[in-house]
Design a protein around this ligand. Structure first.
Ligand code: ADP
Ligand code: MG
Length: 700
C-alpha cells in the first residue's frame, strides 16, 4: 500500500516537473515524505518586534513595525531601483527593490502600519533592507504573532528558481496543509509514547517546520531525535540478532592445554581485575554457540595485548588457528616479538606476516596457514590479501581497529565457511553514546583499570620561549637513564613542510644533544619500512636516548623505559591523537611527563584542548570532551562507519534521549523480535515502507 508521502514531489501544488527536477537533483527531495523530513536548519524569531535603532552590523534577520512615508525611483536600465523610507518611533531606514517595482507600488500603501521582516545590509555607510517581507499590521497579526519561522538550506541552482528558504517554506506549508494525522501515523507503541511523554509524530513534524513557540519546537525536536536514534538502535540490534541466527559460532570448550599452561606458569604478572573480567566475557561468548563480535575498549597502556594472546590461546586449545592483525608494520613486529617472548617454552608455531615478508619465507607461511601447521599468525593488512588462506581460522583479533575500514574487517570474516570469533581492540576510548550508535551491533568490553604501580603522567604546556628549559629537563631525565620521544605533526596537505619542520627539529636537537654522548633515532613516513624498523629497534634496545618522529609512532608502540613525550606544535593535534601520543609514556614505574609545545597565539579551541590534556589522564573524559569540541562526524573510528548520518540528534548533547531510545529498542527486541504483536504492527509497517533498501529489508 502506498501512502501520500510516497507521492513524487512534482505533484505537490506549486512544484511541477521543472522545479521537481531541481528538488530531486539539488536537494535530494524526491517525494512528499522527503520534503516533510527536510527540516529547517534554524529558525528566526518573529514573535519579537525590534526597533530600527537596534540594528547592528551583526543583525541577521529582523522584524520591525512602522510606516512607509514615501517612494522614490532612481537610476535607469539595469541600475533602476525603487526606494522607500520606512520609519518607526526610533528612526528611519531605507527599503530597496531591484525588481518588481510596479507590483510593490501597487500593493504597499504609505502611512499604513506594516510588520516588516528582512535582512539589513550596509550600503554607503547606512543600513538598508533589500526586498523585505511586508505584511499589514492588522488586529489578527497583532494577536496571533508570527512565532518562529523556519530557515531552510538550499543550493545556488535551486535558489535561481525561487527555491530559496522562502520558496521551500511555501512548499512545506502547502504540504502540511494537505496532510492529516492518518498520513503520518504514530508508529511507536502507545506505552513508549506515554512513558517518555513524546509528542505525536504528526504534531512533531508540524512543529519542526512551524513551531508555535520555543516549547513546541523543543517537544518536536525531542520526539524526532528519539525516533531517529530509536530506528538506528533497532536496526543495530536486529543485525546482531540475525547474525546470531544465520551463523553458528565455534565452540571453544577446552582451555586445558596452552591456555592453562601459559596462565599458570608463563604469565609475567597478575592480571588486573578488569583484564580478568574481559577474559570471562570472551570465554562466555566462545561457549555460547554464537559468533562473538566484541569490541574491547581499553585506554592506552591498560594491557590489551595479554588479553589478545590469552584469547588466541583459547582457539588453539580447540584446534583452531588464530590471527592478530595490527595496523602498521612496526606494531605487528612489536606484537610478534612480545608474543614470542611471552610464549617462550610453549611449543607453538607462530608466524609474522607483513608486506615485507617475501619469497620463500612468505610461501612457507602461506603453506603453513593453509595446511594448519602454523597455529598463530601476527601481521598487517597482508593477512587479508586473497592469497592468504587458513585451514581453520577460529579467532581474529584486530588491534587498534579504527585504522581498519569496515570492509577490511569484513574480509577477514569470510576467510572461513563459518565466521571466526572476532575481537576488535581499540585504545581510542569511544564515548558511551557513540559506541552505542556506531558499534551498536557489537558487544562491548571495557578495561577500565590500569596495571598497578603506574604513576599518572604529568602533563605541562610550554611555549617556544621555554625551549631551553625544556631541553635542560630532557638532559636531566636522560641522565637518569630515561628515554625521550619528540613528536612532530604530519598532515598530508602540508607533508613537505612538515617534513622540513621535523628535519629542522632534528638538527636543533642534534646540537643540544651531540654525538657521541647522545644518539637520536629518527622515524618518518617517507622512510622505507626496513629503515623505520631499524631506527625503531635502536630506540627499543636503548641504543638511542631520543626518538624524533612524526605521528607514525602514535599507535601501540611499547617502550616502558621512555618517560618523556614532547609534542611539538601540539595545537595542531586533535585530542584523541594527543592522548594516544601521551600514552606512549607512563608505561614503567617511573614518573613520566608529557610536554605540549605550542606557539604563543592559540585559538580558543586549541586552548581548550591543551587545557583538557593538562587536567586529566582519563581517556574517557578526553573522548567526551573531544566529542563536544569536534562533533561526532569527525571522531576517529566513525568516519568510515557510514552509520552517522544523523539529521537531528547530536550524540554529544542527546545522550539521555539515546539511552532511552536504546532501552526502548532493546525492550522491543527482547519482547517481540519478529514484531508480531498487535501493538508493534504500526512499527513493522513503517519499517517495511521506509527502510526498504536498508539493513531491515536484507534481514526480514
Ligand atoms: P595496550 O592496552 O595499550 O595495548 P599493552 O598491552 O601494550 O597496552 O600493555 C602495556 C604494558 O603494561 C606492557 O608493558 C604490559 O606488559 C604491561 N601490563 C599489561 N598488563 C599488566 C598487568 N596486569 N600487570 C602489570 N603489567 C601489565
Ligand atoms: Mg596495544
Amino acid at each position: 500500500m502506498s501512502s501520500v508521502l510516497q507521492t513524487p514531489i512534482e505533484y505537490l501544488k506549486g512544484v511541477g516537473p521543472q522545479r521537481g527536477e531541481l528538488l530531486k537533483k539539488e536537494l535530494d527531495i524526491y517525494t512528499f515524505g522527503d520534503l516533510l523530513h527536510y527540516y529547517p536548519f534554524r529558525y528566526v524569531d518573529r514573535s519579537v518586534i525590534h526597533r530600527i535603532k537596534d540594528i547592528t552590523p551583526l543583525t541577521q534577520f529582523i522584524q520591525l513595525k512602522g510606516k512607509i512615508s514615501g517612494f522614490r525611483q532612481i537610476g535607469a536600465g539595469r541600475q533602476k531601483r525603487l526606494l522607500a523610507t520606512f520609519s518607526d518611533d526610533s528612526g528611519e531606514i531605507e527599503l530597496v527593490w531591484f525588481q518588481g517595482a510596479d507590483w510593490v507600488l501597487k500593493t504597499l500603501k504609505v502611512n499604513t502600519e506594516y510588520l516588516l521582516f528582512g535582512k539589513p545590509q550596509i550600503f554607503n555607510h547606512a543600513y538598508n533592507i533589500p526586498h523585505p517581507e511586508m505584511e499589514m499590521f492588522t488586529d489578527e497579526v497583532k494577536t496571533s504573532g508570527k512565532g518562529l519561522q523556519p530557515v531552510y538550506s538550499s543550493s545556488e541552482k535551486a535558489r535561481k528558481k525561487y527555491l530559496d528558504s522562502k520558496g521551500i517554506s511555501k512548499l512545506t506549508q502547502a504540504l502540511l496543509m494537505q496532510l492529516s494525522e492518518k498520513d503520518v501515523p504514530e508508529f511507536l507503541p502507545a506505552e513508549v509514547v506515554q512513558q517518555y511523554k513524546l509528542t505525536s509524530r504528526f504534531h512533531a513534524l508540524h512543529h519542526i517546520h512551524y513551531p508555535k513557540s520555543e516549547a513546541h519546537l523543543h517537544a518536536a525536536m525531542r520526539r524526532l531525535k528519539f525516533e531517529e536514534l530509536f530506528l538506528i538502535q533497532l536496526q543495530m540490534l536486529t543485525l546482531k540478532a540475525n547474525r546470531h541466527q544465520a551463523t553458528k559460532g565455534f565452540m571453544f570448550e577446552k582451555i586445558d592445554n596452552h591456555f592453562d599452561r601459559f596462565y599458570k606458569s608463563s604469565l609475567p604478572f597478575r592480571l588486573t581485575e578488569a583484564q580478568k573480567r574481559v577474559l570471562r566475557e570472551i570465554r562466555k561468548d566462545t561457549l555460547s554457540g554464537k559468533q562473538m563480535n566484541r569490541l574491547l575498549q581499553g585506554d592506552v597502556g591498560s594491557g590489551k595485548t595479554i588479553v589478545a594472546l590469552l584469547t588466541m590461546l583459547m582457539a588453539l586449545d580447540n584446534n583452531f588457528q588464530a590471527c592478530l592483525m595490527a595496523p602498521t608494520e612496526i606494531l605487528a613486529n612489536q606484537h610478534f616479538e612480545n608474543i614470542m617472548e611471552l610464549l617462550r617454552g610453549i611449543k607453538l608455531e607462530v608466524a609474522l606476516l607483513t608486506g615485507s615478508v617475501k619469497g620463500k619465507a612468505r610461501k612457507y607461511i602461506l603453506d603453513g596457514l593453509a595446511n594448519g601447521t602454523i597455529h598463530m599468525v601476527i601481521g598487517t593488512h597482508a593477512l587479508i590479501e586473497e592469497t592468504v588462506a587458513f585451514k581453520n581460522l577460529g579467532m581474529v583479533v584486530i588491534d587498534e581497529q579504527h585504522r581498519f575500514g569496515v570492509a577490511q574487517r569484513a574480509s577477514l570474516w569470510t576467510k572461513n565457511e563459518n565466521p571466526p570469533h572476532i575481537l576488535v581492540m581499540t585504545a581510542t576510548p569511544i564515548p558511551r553514546t557513540l559506541a552505542m550508535t556506531v558499534y551498536g551491533d557489537l558487544d562491548v568490553s571495557v578495561i577500565d583499570e590500569l596495571p598497578p604501580g603506574r604513576k599518572p603522567i604529568k602533563t605541562i604546556h610550554r611555549t617556544d620561549v621555554a625551549r631551553m628549559q625544556v631541553f635542560g629537563f630532557l638532559h636531566n631525565e636522560i641522565a637518569k637513564g630515561r628515554q625521550v620521544y619528540v613528536v612532530y605533526p604530519l598532515i598530508e596537505e602540508s607533508e613537505a613542510l612538515d617534513l622540513k619542520h621535523l628535519m629542522d627539529g632534528y638538527e636543533s636537537l642534534s646540537r643540544a644533544f651531540p654525538k657521541p654522548q647522545y644518539q637520536i633515532s629518527i622515524v618518518h613516513g617517507k622512510m622505507r619500512p626496513a629503515d623505520k624498523d631499524f631506527e625503531m629497534q635502536r630506540f627499543v634496545k636503548h641504543e638511542t636516548q631520543l626518538m624524533i618522529a612524526t605521528t607514525v609512532i602514535e599507535v601501540g608502540v611499547n617502550v616502558p623505559n621512555a618517560s618523556v613525550m614532547v609534542i611539538e606544535n601540539a595545537e595542531r593535534f586533535g585530542l584523541a591523537q594527543l592522548h594516544q601520543l601521551r600514552g606512549r609514556v607512563g608505561r614503567g614505574a617511573d614518573q613520566s611527563y608529557c610536554i605540549l609545545m605550542t606557539g604563543n597565539k592559540l585559538t580558543n579551541e586549541a586552548k581548550q584542548r591543551i587545557g583538557v590534556m593538562c587536567q586529566t589522564n582519563d581517556g574517557f573524559v578526553i573522548a567526551e570532551e573531544d566529542l563536544k569540541l569536534r562533533g561526532p562526524g569527525d571522531l576517529e573510528g566513525t568516519r568510515q562507519s557510514g552509520m552517522l548520518h544523523l539529521k537531528l540528534a547530536d550524540l554529544a548533547l542527546d545522550s539521555k534521549i539515546l539511552e532511552a531510545a536504546r532501552q526502548t529498542a532493546q525492550h522491543i527486541m527482547d519482547d517481540d523480535a519478529q514484531l508480531s504483536k498487535p501493538e508493534h504492527q504500526p512499527l513493522l509497517k513503517f519499517l517495511q515502507e521506509n527502510l526498504k533498501d536498508k539493513a531491515w529489508a536484507k534481514i526480514s
